[in-house]
Design a protein. Structure first.
Length: 348
């Protein structure tokens, strides 16, 4: 039986899915500039020298390039199981490939289930921490709201999960414009500071990262624990493949998310080269004073949206685990007449 033709032309449908992917898939990784470099030079204790700043920027750029662009977007998105992605999909494909080697199949099975369990743990923790961090931004604008942070967080979380029943397509249409604006703001803030210090762009060369690691092996090992924050949420783009498809996710990354993140990180680095004292909160220090409060509001909303990538990924993985018999049968609702991967699992 053939599926009904889409009511949207191919180009319009692709644009709509790409727009939705920007809002849903890249919310988590898109909010990493709020804390990534601050953690590297703050808690990781990397000294603020010219060579170290260029080395860290190079590490950030090539971490995003290798892990997200090459590993996930180019390679792993090719490993789909009937259009679905995530660890369970990869586990199913691996099981078929080694079906004549039962011992190896069992090991892969246990490894896949272990990774999935960790993902579910991440899915439980991340929305709560992300939303709480977002709402805590209200204390910056109005310290008197301190006692209302937890109640407001509970309300926002309840509303966020209640909205899931409308489907990721509808949610993406709402989140898409917000995250598109967020990425544009990231890029603009970055360009403002890169113009003042264009020499920061030399960090695009990988030799700065290699030199930093070579001269500071122990410090680099510790710093990488914070640098990896720039790719947090990358695994969700693979798990969310069933909701949007490969091409929209790839277009959203290469067309908007990665260029904006690169410009912003290099803008933070350019500012740190001139004003090392801004390391306490480089993200907000980048903005002109008049834009601080609007930026706090946008950052708060963007951080709330960041929870969505893991929520939709959890739905996809739950469906796959149920189909493979790793979870009991659960009620799964399809929320789109066009995209079979867009689902809602009330129990989750």
């Amino acid at each position: 039986m053939q599926s009904p033709p889409s009511a949207l032309p191919t180009g319009a449908k692709l644009a709509a899915l790409t727009f939705g992917a920007v809002g849903v898939v890249y919310g988590d990784i898109g909010t990493s500039p709020l804390y990534a470099l601050k953690e590297v030079f703050g808690h990781a204790g990397v000294p603020l020298t010219h060579a170290n700043i260029l080395g860290i920027l190079s590490l950030v750029f090539w971490t995003m390039t290798v892990i997200v662009s090459v590993k996930y977007v180019v390679l792993i998105l090719r490993a789909d199981n009937n259009g679905e992605g995530g660890l369970i999909a990869m586990l199913a494909l691996a099981s078929v490939a080694v079906r004549r080697k039962p011992r190896l199949r069992v090991r892969l099975l246990l490894l896949g289930i272990f990774g999935t369990a960790i993902f579910f743990g991440d899915g439980v923790i991340t929305p709560a921490i992300s939303v709480l961090s977002a709402v805590e931004g209200l204390e910056v604008a109005a310290p008197g709201l301190h006692d209302f942070v937890v109640p407001i967080t509970l309300v926002v979380l309840t509303a966020l999960f209640a909205a899931q029943r409308f489907g990721t397509g509808g949610i993406g249409r709402f989140f898409g414009p917000v995250m598109t604006l967020w990425f544009v703001v990231l890029a603009v803030l970055g360009v403002m500071h890169i113009i003042a210090r264009p020499d920061v762009l030399v960090a695009l060369s990988p030799h700065h990262a290699l030199r930093f690691v070579w001269h500071n092996p122990r410090l680099a090992f510790v710093a990488l624990g914070s640098v990896v924050l720039c790719v947090t949420g990358a695994e969700a783009l693979y798990a969310d493949m069933g909701h949007f498809g490969k091409r929209p996710i790839r277009l959203a990354w290469f067309g908007l998310a990665m260029p904006a993140l690169t410009l912003h990180y290099f803008g933070q680095g350019a500012m740190l080269l001139d004003r090392p004292d801004t390391v306490k909160n480089p993200f907000y220090e980048m903005a002109p004073e008049w834009a601080l409060f609007p930026l706090i509001g946008l950052a708060t909303l963007a951080t709330v949206i960041a929870s969505q990538a893991l929520i939709t990924a959890a739905f996809s993985i739950t469906k796959q685990a149920t189909q493979l018999g790793y979870l009991p049968r659960l009620r799964i609702l399809h929320t789109s007449v066009r995209e079979t991967g867009q689902i809602y699992v009330p129990f989750v």
